[in-house]
Design a protein around this ligand. Structure first.
Ligand SMILES: NC(=O)c1ccc[n+]([C@@H]2O[C@H](COP(=O)([O-])OP(=O)(O)OC[C@H]3O[C@@H](n4cnc5c(N)ncnc54)[C@H](OP(=O)(O)O)[C@@H]3O)[C@@H](O)[C@H]2O)c1
Length: 284
């Protein structure tokens, strides 16, 4: 695969940053260089060099999407702009790689398979589901549906490490169950699908390993970082009580990973990637 035939869109986010590392010779464009909500910019862009669009752009502020301004941005970026990319891919015969989320489900089924029907609880999940529907209309597409992404940027592991370093003993939600997805795992999965010419369609991807709650993950973070701090469990409903503009969240985010495994992809346990990630964070 010729990296120069790849364009990475939304290149400054967590996933975009990891994709740039994997494909240094690809063209990587951030929001200021290519705004996917801007159809004029998209139409004037020279797509002739490319074969594959890796779309890492999204509006990922889950609670922000519940506000009056945020719901407009969420629908514009995650749904309408994704449809813009579908038109571009169709017109120029490009493969579109797009990222979906556990938030397109209400979390009542476990584990989530690729064929589960949409049942989003909040605006973010609704707008992402609409984007998935648009991408699904394209023949040459991969949708990688993922959860709890950890990479370069603000994320749960960094937040908990920062609290732990200050000696804070946090109260953490214990009734949302899932698996972390480190961006290197997500990038490996993208690379595997495009480089093996896997069948087009939707694939679940997270790290493997025992599903855990955010509270369990916090305990694993503190243990690895040698922080002898107590983590108290709470329920999602209790945690968000009295707070404004909070999205409902799926309580179960665990994916069935058998479809991507059947393509020959070897999954990494989230505990192993978490340990490596914390080693790097502590050595900064
Ligand atoms: N984070 C998670 O836990 C999680 C879980 C499941 C699925 N996902 C999905 O995984 C993908 C990557 O997530 P991430 O964590 O890497 O997100 P992220 O760090 O928030 O990155 C998203 C990037 O998209 C850019 N962007 C926003 N609007 C844009 C526009 N109109 N045109 C071009 N770029 C735009 C953002 O730019 P600015 O920073 O300048 O706004 C940002 O750099 C997304 O599709 C997300 O829905 C994420």
């Amino acid at each position: 695969m010729n990296q120069e035939e790849i364009i990475i869109i939304g290149s400054n986010g967590q996933l975009g940053t990891a994709l740039k590392e994997k494909y240094p010779s690809a063209n990587a464009v951030d929001y200021t260089e290519l705004d996917i909500t801007n159809t004029k910019q998209l139409n004037e862009f020279d797509w002739s060099k490319y074969k594959i669009i890796l779309n890492a752009a999204a509006y990922t502020n889950v609670d922000g999407s519940e506000t009056a301004e945020g719901r407009v941005v969420a629908w514009n970026v995650n749904a309408s702009a994704t449809a813009n990319l579908v038109s571009v891919a169709q017109k120029h015969n490009l493969t579109l790689v797009h990222i979906s989320t556990d938030y397109v489900f209400d979390g009542t089924k476990t584990p989530h398979t690729e064929t589960e029907f949409f049942s989003p609880l909040g605006v973010y999940g609704q707008s992402k589901a609409a984007g998935d529907i648009a991408v699904g209309l394209l023949e040459k597409h991969y949708i990688l549906r993922t959860s709890w992404v950890i990479g370069e940027g603000n994320n749960f592991v960094r937040t908990m490490l920062a609290l732990g370093k200050k000696g804070v003993e946090p109260t953490v939600v214990a009734d949302q169950i899932g698996r972390l997805t480190f961006t290197n795992e997500l990038v490996k999965a993208i690379d595997h699908l495009i480089s093996t010419n896997a069948q087009f369609g939707t694939y679940n991807i997270s790290n493997s390993g025992k599903p855990a709650s955010w509270a369990d993950i916090t305990r694993a973070i503190f243990k690895k970082a040698n922080l002898d701090l107590h983590v108290s469990d709470t329920a999602t409903e209790q945690y968000y009580q009295g707070k404004q503009d909070i999205s409902l969240r799926p309580l179960n985010s665990v994916f069935d990973l058998s479809k991507i495994e059947a393509t020959g992809f070897k999954l990494t346990n989230w505990q192993d990637d978490l340990d490596n990630y914390i080693d790097k964070e502590l050595n900064k």
